[in-house]
Write a new protein. Structure first.
Length: 404
C-alpha cells in the first residue's frame, strides 16, 4: 500500500474553486489511495489538483508526489506574497527622554552604540543605544540612562545632528554655529572640548557628513549649502543654488550634494565642477530628504512622499508619488536595508511605508507634532522627536501593522 503524503496545515486556509476538476485516467493508480480529507485538526480538507498542476498535460509524466509538492510550494509562495503585501512592522515604545521644551533633533552613531538628542532648550544629551536595544515594551517607563548632558551646549535651539564614521558629532543651531564633539569608539563620553564652525549667517537646518572629515551643512534664510573640512575648519565650497531657505541635505558618494529648499526645488550639485547637475521641481516645498543607493526619497509640507532615481537627471525621473500625511511631513528616513521608509508628520503620526509596494501604515501616534524620526543602524529600533518635548524610542515588531 502507498503511504499517503503528509499535508502541511495552514493558519489561513487557501480559497479553492467550487468547480470540480475532471478525473483523468492518466493519473497513477495509486491516486485512488490518497485520502479525500484530513484529520479534524486541519481547517480545510485537501483535494489534489486544485491548483491545476496535476491537470496540465506537459507534466503527466511526473509522479503524484512531485505534483503535490509543487502545488504545496505554490500555495506557500502565494500566502507569503499576500502577507508581505498587507503587513508592515509595527512599533512598541521602549523608553523616552523628556525636556521642558521642544526636542528637534535625534541621531544614532554609525556603530549604533550611542544616540544624540538636541532640544530647543539648548541642551545636548547622549544616551546608550545598547541599553535601549536590550529593552522590552514593559520597560518603557524606565528612565533612559544619560551618558553625557550639557544643558547649554549651544546659545540657541539645536536644530540638527550628524555623526561621522569616526565618532565626530556635529550639531547645528539657530545661533548660526556648528559645534564638533569627538567621541572615541571605546568610550561613552567625549574626549575633547567642543570646536566651533562659524561660516554660516543663519540657522543651520541640516547636516550630513560626506566622508570622515567633510561636512555638508544647510542654512536657513541665506539659502547656502556649505562643504567644510572639519580637520582644518576651512570652508571648501559654498553653493547658492536656491532662492529660499534650505531645509534638508543629502550626499551621494563623495561628489554629489542634494539639497531641498523652501523654493519648492530639489537641487543636485556636483562638487568637482561646482555646478548644478539636475533640479526637481515640486508643487509643495520639500522638507526632508533620505537617500539609499540611487533612490532618493523626499517628503513635502503638504504630506506627500516622492521617490526619484538620481541616475537620471531630468524632471521625468519621478519613480513614485503617494499622499501619506494630513499635515506637514518634516522627516523621512530609509531603513538600513532600504526596504522601508519611516516618516513623521505634524499630523502627530509616524508611518511605515514599503518602498517596493508603496503600502503604508500608521505605526505610532504622539500627543503633538512629530518633528524628526531616525532608524537605528540595526533596523531593530528607531527614535522620534516632537513638540511634546520627548525623544521616544521604539522597537520594531515584524509583520504586525496592516497597511492602508
Amino acid at each position: 500500500m502507498v503511504t499517503p503524503p503528509v499535508m502541511t496545515q495552514h493558519t489561513t486556509p487557501p480559497v479553492y474553486s467550487s468547480t470540480p476538476k475532471p478525473t483523468h485516467s492518466r493519473l497513477p493508480a495509486s491516486a485512488s489511495l490518497l485520502p479525500t480529507s484530513l484529520p479534524p485538526t486541519s481547517p480545510v480538507p485537501y483535494t489534489p489538483g486544485t491548483h491545476g498542476l496535476s491537470d496540465t498535460p506537459h507534466i503527466k509524466g511526473l509522479t503524484m508526489r512531485r505534483v503535490l509538492e509543487a502545488e504545496e510550494r505554490l500555495r506557500e509562495e502565494e500566502q507569503q506574497s499576500a502577507q508581505q503585501a498587507c503587513l508592515l512592522p509595527s512599533l512598541e515604545c521602549i523608553g523616552s527622554v523628556a525636556d521642558k521644551q521642544v526636542i528637534r533633533a535625534i541621531s544614532f552613531s554609525p556603530t549604533g552604540r550611542l544616540v544624540a538628542i538636541g532640544a530647543n532648550s539648548r541642551c545636548l544629551r547622549i544616551c546608550s543605544a545598547d541599553d535601549l536595544l536590550n529593552r522590552t515594551s514593559n520597560q518603557s517607563s524606565v528612565d533612559v540612562p544619560l551618558l553625557y548632558e550639557h544643558p547649554s551646549y549651544h546659545q540657541g535651539s539645536i536644530y540638527s545632528l550628524a555623526w561621522s564614521s569616526q565618532g565626530l558629532l556635529a550639531s547645528g543651531s539657530n545661533d548660526q554655529v556648528i559645534r564638533l564633539l569627538q567621541f572615541k569608539e571605546s568610550e561613552d563620553i567625549p574626549n575633547s572640548t567642543p570646536i566651533d564652525i562659524t561660516s554660516h549667517r543663519s540657522t543651520i537646518r541640516d547636516l550630513k557628513f560626506m566622508d570622515t572629515n567633510q561636512l555638508v551643512s544647510a542654512s536657513g534664510t541665506d539659502g547656502a549649502v556649505k562643504l567644510t573640512d572639519c580637520s582644518t575648519l576651512q570652508s571648501l565650497l559654498t553653493f547658492k543654488g536656491h532662492t529660499d531657505q534650505v531645509l534638508s541635505v543629502e550626499v551621494s558618494g563623495k561628489d554629489t550634494i542634494i539639497s531641498a529648499s523652501q523654493d519648492r526645488t530639489i537641487n543636485l550639485m556636483d562638487v568637482r565642477s561646482i555646478s548644478s547637475v539636475g533640479t526637481f521641481e515640486l508643487a509643495s516645498p520639500p522638507a526632508s530628504l533620505s537617500l539609499h543607493g540611487t533612490l532618493l526619497s523626499a517628503t513635502t509640507l503638504d504630506g506627500h512622499l516622492f521617490l526619484y532615481d538620481t541616475r537620471m537627471m531630468s524632471p521625468d525621473t519621478l519613480v513614485s508619488k503617494i499622499k501619506l500625511h494630513a499635515g506637514e511631513c518634516r522627516s523621512v528616513h530609509f531603513s538600513p536595508d532600504g526596504q522601508l521608509l519611516l516618516t513623521g508628520s505634524y499630523d502627530r503620526t509616524m508611518r511605515m511605508t514599503s518602498v517596493r509596494q508603496l503600502k503604508s501604515a500608521v505605526v505610532a501616534e504622539q500627543k503633538n507634532k512629530v518633528v524628526q524620526c531616525r532608524w537605528h543602524p540595526s533596523g531593530l529600533m528607531c527614535g522620534s522627536t516632537g513638540v511634546e518635548g520627548k525623544a521616544v524610542f521604539w522597537k520594531t515588531v515584524s509583520g504586525a501593522s496592516t497597511s492602508i
